[in-house]
Write a protein that binds this ligand. Sequence first.
Ligand SMILES: NC(=O)c1ccc[n+]([C@@H]2O[C@H](COP(=O)([O-])OP(=O)(O)OC[C@H]3O[C@@H](n4cnc5c(N)ncnc54)[C@H](O)[C@@H]3O)[C@@H](O)[C@H]2O)c1
Ligand SMILES: [Zn+2]
Length: 701
Amino acid sequence: MNTYDESHQEEVRSLIEQLSRYQKAYYVDNQPLVSDTEYDRLFDRLQYLENQYPSLRFPDSPTQRVGSDLDATFPEVRHTIPVLSLDKAYTDSELLAWIERTETKVSRDLGIVIEEKIDGISIVLYYEEGYLVRAVTRGNGTIGNDVTANVKTIASIPLRLNEPVTLAVRGEVYLPKDKFETLNSQMEVPYANPRNLAAGTIRRIKSREVAKVPLQIFVYEGFWEGETDFKDHLSILSKLSSYGFRINSNFAYFTKDAEQAKRQLGAAGLKGYAGAYADIASYIKEHTSKRASLGYEIDGLVAKVNELDVRSQLGYTAHHPRWAMAYKFESPQAQTTLLSIDLQVGRTGRVTPVARVKPVQVAGSTISSITLHNQDYINMLELALGDVVEISRRGDVIPAVERVIEKNEDSKGVYTMDPFCPVCGTALVEKGAHTFCPNSQCPAQVRGRIEFFISKDGMDIDNFGPETAAVLIEQGVLQDVPDIYRIDYRKVLGDLNGFGEKKILLLEKGVEQSKKRSFRQVLISLGIPELGKKGAQILIESGLDSMEKLLDVAKRQDVERLTSIKQIGEKSARLYIDALNNPAMQERIAALASFGLAMEEREEEHALVDESFSGQVWCVTGSFEHFNPRSKAMDEVVKRGGRTVSAVTNKTTHLLAGSGGGSKLEKAQELGITIVDEETFLAMLGEGAKKREEMQGEFSF
Ligand SMILES: NC(=O)c1ccc[n+]([C@@H]2O[C@H](COP(=O)([O-])OP(=O)(O)OC[C@H]3O[C@@H](n4cnc5c(N)ncnc54)[C@H](O)[C@@H]3O)[C@@H](O)[C@H]2O)c1
Ligand SMILES: [Zn+2]
């Protein structure tokens, strides 16, 4: 045995103390103190020292047990299965070496399943005779927190299985990236990433609040009570899927030769990539680059031995199974210096501090500005100008400042926002955690409001862009939204450079046509905080289908009428009411009504909305005759209620394939996604339109 000296012992003790502190911040408070990279570096150093000097391996070491996320506010329950962490590799050669070592150990060829390592929170679902009886967090691996009521709000978790089996299912609960961005933008103190938000949500006290966060789950292991005839992981996945669980089909299966892998995968009735060991390195490489295009966060891949008898033979350490190995991605983090903080005034008057940092590359793009949300967020980070900060950007998610690494040399204190609007000089006011410029005539707000009103997300006025708006504002004729319908464009723009006869004509036509937009669109265009497409639809569906009704609810301060709608929380309700009671808003609404804009939802409109692509998720590849650029094709999908994505995943329902489609086409074929050519697509567009015309006919008398 190696002998150690006191300094080693000291280092080990200090590492244990540090790591335990970081674990609590990460697992329990959901506010990490250091980056994962830094945490993993310390963890590996500890593991190294313990391997060198086994007598320094203390029972309280984080390497000897699972990092605990136990939370005293929830009941504790004992797990009936081992709920452990994973051993980690950081390079493909480390991973391949592990596979080789394992094969040597058991002296036989193995099948290796490689799954995505979902960056969410670990959950164990316990079923008894087919019924979900408990959902438990990982806890310390032996004991976890009972969060059943909260987990039951996740729609994709079956409450009852189609067989009366008793089993435990392990899975990862996560928040899709796009949902994270929307939700986080409404948070008082936003979270740095989807994992933290999801973890915070699962531990909310009120399940009703949890239900408002669209959490998702992928399950990846099952432990049945009693004898089963499963021989491998593939059969387990296939069985779980047949029970109705959500299985991530983005996985791969490798054996010595690819043919065997294909056969086994086919026999299990699973989709996925099949390959030979020799393909593992390239699979990892390709998957690493795909990471950003996925709809959810992954922080690595997990390689697992497929054969269950080998799994029992290999067994577990107190920290991880010996039959699995995580491959951790390099964490998309970087260090840079905070140069300055600008205050941006939005259309609602909300003032957002934006960090300007020394440009730095993170996860493939250059970052120079990062939103800091509000003063609370700055205080939480204890951020000062000149500080060296760590920033992250996971996948597509907006970059975030994670923490301060080094304080500035001039010992500048924590940055505080100026109390006056940087645009109009009005004294700022606090509302909740945010700061607002209360002057509704503030030029920044006026411009923001107008730009939003004319934009695609608003009234979608053809031939009226932000540049035109800027010119009109400068001319002094466009001071608020209703002016759009008052201006004599010919008179104002006629003599200006860049505004020819044709351009003005188109502009006038665009403005005139916009008067026919639906009430729904008018409502959204008013720019009421948190009242977007979804909000408008929910309100209208609940019967609040006219401006009169909405204004009445606001006048009576009837928060309950709004919160009685399932998807509307108290905060949004108050925001809607405040906005509608604002005198400037009421004037604006009255003026818009006087120009003939829709102030109530018309029956036929409801029916006339073409929703023929609703529920579908489209991706596009190749080039087209009728759609150039091809994004025009995707616009048509969105208009008809569909969603579009930039990469083919298992959630994609349709791929529009033009000439020269490449890897996306292959991927779609692999996943069995409906592939549509241009001609078929045009026909699909036409069908919706035809139906609409028929309906219009019905309503035209
Ligand atoms: N920044 C910090 O202060 C801090 C502190 C503690 C932990 N951490 C991070 O957490 C890591 C260790 O934490 P851990 O033990 O919770 O997680 P882990 O990284 O060791 O991974 C194990 C977990 O991966 C999850 N997982 C996701 N997809 C899976 C799949 N397909 N198959 C199996 N498991 C899957 C499971 O929940 C499992 O518990 C560290 O490496 C570090 O990155 C960071
Ligand atoms: Zn202002």
